[in-house]
Design a protein around this ligand. Structure first.
Ligand SMILES: *Cc1c(COP(=O)(O)O)cnc(C)c1O
Length: 355
């Protein structure tokens, strides 16, 4: 750290992204990317836009917003597109958090929430998940703090029914409730239509998972137009051109190709159910994930050992080092069926060689 680094940020502990190794070819099951490439029309859209990169992008992202409005059946004023959904989450912590308006979220959830809070100097409180990793919605009723919940949650994959989500939103009318739906396309019912009913709700979505665009960086928030105006104030105070031309063109093309992505999400969900069963047959404890990953532990091998042995065998998964409560767990992204068959084969090998 240099002597110049601001007091405000000296103590910041940044988020640690999953490894993106370049030294050897791994089966990458560690960052919840899609195993499927973008659709051909998305690739074409990116190429077509490349020739116009001398020009700034449209700060209002009018084409993308219009396409999303048609796709999701909400008026255009309900959307704000960002550089990944991480950016809309950061905007929301920035816009709505302060010492009188702390945030609450579970102990086991997306690791970026505490970082966004610290970065924006917003206090936060943790509500531990139940022993089975579920969320007890009653603990969020009338809590009078801003709330962020990933649904399905990460890294557990557990889904909270929409009625329970709605109860949390409706009983906290004086605070913001963010529902982070990064994984909703793989299972569960979205809260996105509730943004018309509740003025305190922000639903965030990403194109990184179900839309095969992790490398493009695209996400959005859907919320009451008044909230969207607040969030735009943050956007125009930091980076008006937050979504680049190529990315916004790929977003339009991806939404128009929704059938391709819906079918891929279905394949991922089918493979997920197959892997769950295979692991259970081998004695693993597996949560009922509705996302594009599973969360699993085994009674005879520690989470770290399993992670390291998989790595030696060319398979990368996500191990959350130092998080005591889940030290025997790994989060395993659902890859293609072939990749997952290989994963199961290697898992067998590891279990067999333990003795
Ligand atoms: C992946 C993920 C995001 C953000 O993804 P972006 O790539 O920034 O769009 C947000 N929330 C959760 C829970 C995620 O898993």
């Amino acid at each position: 750290m240099s002597i110049f680094f601001s007091e405000n940020h000296k103590k910041l502990k940044p988020y640690t992204p999953g490894e993106q190794p370049r030294e050897r070819k791994y089966i990458k099951l560690n960052t919840n990317e899609s195993p499927y490439p973008p659709s051909p029309s998305v690739i074409e859209a990116a190429k077509a836009e490349a020739g116009r990169l001398n020009l700034y992008s449209d700060p209002t992202l009018a084409d993308l917003t219009k396409t999303a409005s048609e796709h999701y059946g909400l008026p255009e004023e309900y959307f704000l597109f960002t550089n990944g959904s991480d950016e809309i989450l950061n905007f929301a912590f920035c816009a709505y958090g302060d010492s009188d308006h702390p945030f609450v979220f579970p102990d086991l959830t997306y690791g970026f929430y505490p970082v966004f809070a610290d970065y924006n100097r917003v206090p936060y409180e943790i509500i531990p998940l139940e022993d089975d990793f579920s969320i007890d919605e009653e603990k969020y009723v009338n809590i009078e703090k801003n709330i962020v919940i990933a649904n399905p949650n990460a890294p557990t994959g557990l889904y909270l029914e929409l009625e329970k989500i709605e109860k949390i939103i409706s009983t906290n009318p004086n605070n913001i409730v963010i529902i982070d739906e990064a994984y909703i396309d793989f299972g569960g019912e979205s809260a996105i239509n509730l943004v018309k009913k509740y003025k305190n709700l922000i639903v965030t979505r990403t194109f990184s998972k179900s839309f095969s665009l992790a490398g493009a960086r695209l996400g959005f928030g859907a919320a009451d137009p008044e909230l969207i105006r607040d969030l735009n104030t943050i956007k125009y105070s930091t980076n008006p051109y937050n979504v680049n031309r190529m990315t916004s063109a790929t977003g339009v093309a991806a939404l128009r190709d929704a059938d391709y992505y819906t079918s891929n999400a279905r394949s991922v969900a089918n493979t997920r159910e197959w892997v769950k069963q295979e692991l259970k047959n081998r004695g693993f404890c597996v949560t009922d994930s509705r996302a594009n990953f599973i969360f699993a532990s085994h009674p005879t091998i520690s989470g770290e050992d399993f992670y390291l042995k998989l790595r030696e065998n060319g398979i990368l998964v996500r191990y959350f080092k130092g998080v005591e409560r889940i030290k025997n767990y790994n989060r395993i992204t659902i890859g293609s069926r072939d990749e997952m068959e290989e994963f199961v084969k290697i898992a067998d090998l590891i279990l067999k060689n333990q003795k």
